[in-house]
Design a protein around this ligand. Structure first.
Ligand code: MLT
Length: 273
């Protein structure tokens, strides 16, 4: 799987009917969705895809080369890689949901592979591009992890991604996130930061999408705040907003039940759309 630059697809749960595909946040991998998957009712088959250079997937450079895309880090590579890997796994149409960076990839899929997406889940994410300062910071972090050959520069995300409540009450969550961050390699982290820095504003792409959309946000999310989620929900043609109380940027980890419910409903409405 790695040698040919194909992203790794995990079948998280077998089932029948319209599949649900889950795309993870940065700097994590598909494991972050485990609790949500366990809570999704019914027979929905669930897949997770490790994004370029993270989890078990090959590097972004390998994916780009395999797909004949330009070598620069780009979430277009991630989106095309997800579509290609799903096609190899026999998935041509699915509800696709992503948390934060995974959500940026969902938006890139809406632009580049709209026929794949029967419904879109946008969890703790945003449709806009980065302001210049955030972009510069990403490029700095990318250089730092490569120079230091370790992931320390992003370890602060063990707590900065959690809501202020869970930072105090659930130290186990920070420990779990830290273990997952430490499992990633500096090259994958640097590539992801550069790809996210290069992403365009996809607000218009979201507005043009006619399928059902679920927007989910923690009310303590400091990285993709509630107001941004509200705007995304208003931009989409057919959208439902779920606000998760006392959760931050990692709702799927902090409060898996309401996330699972929102995604299960999205699958149900997408199946009939
Ligand atoms: C994530 O959780 O995927 C990150 O916060 C995305 C980002 O850095 O914009």
């Amino acid at each position: 799987m790695h040698a040919d630059g194909t992203l790794v697809v995990h079948q998280m749960r077998p089932g029948t009917g319209l599949p649900l595909v889950l795309l993870h946040g940065f700097p994590l991998d598909t494991r972050m969705w485990r609790d949500v998957v366990d809570l999704i009712p019914g027979q929905t088959p669930v897949y997770g895809v490790d994004l370029p250079g993270l989890g078990e997937s090959p590097t972004g450079d390998d994916v780009a080369q395999t797909l004949g895309l330009p070598a620069e880090p780009s979430l277009d590579v991630s989106a095309d890689g997800v579509a290609a890997a799903l096609a190899l796994a026999g998935v041509e149409r699915a509800v696709v949901a992503g948390l934060s960076m995974g959500g940026y990839v969902v938006l890139a899929l809406l632009e580049r592979h709209p026929d794949l997406v029967a419904g879109a889940g946008l969890v703790d994410t945003k449709a806009g591009a980065d302001p210049e300062e955030a972009r510069a910071n990403r490029l700095r972090v990318a250089e730092q992890v490569l120079r230091e050959e370790k992931v320390d520069a992003v370890l602060g995300m063990r707590t900065s991604t959690l809501g202020r409540t869970n930072r105090v009450t659930r130290p186990d969550l920070a420990d779990r996130i830290e273990r997952w961050i430490r499992d990633q390699g500096p090259a994958g982290i640097a590539w992801s930061q550069r790809a996210m820095a290069a992403r365009p504003d996809r607000t218009e792409v979201l507005g043009a999408y006619a399928g059902p959309v679920a927007v989910v946000v923690g009310d303590e999310d400091e990285l993709s705040p509630l107001e941004v989620a509200r705007q995304m929900s208003e931009t989409a043609q057919d959208s439902r907003l779920t606000v998760v109380p006392r959760a931050g940027h990692m709702t799927a980890i902090e409060a898996p039940e309401p996330v699972a419910s929102a995604l299960a409903r999205l699958v149900a409405v997408s199946d009939t759309a």
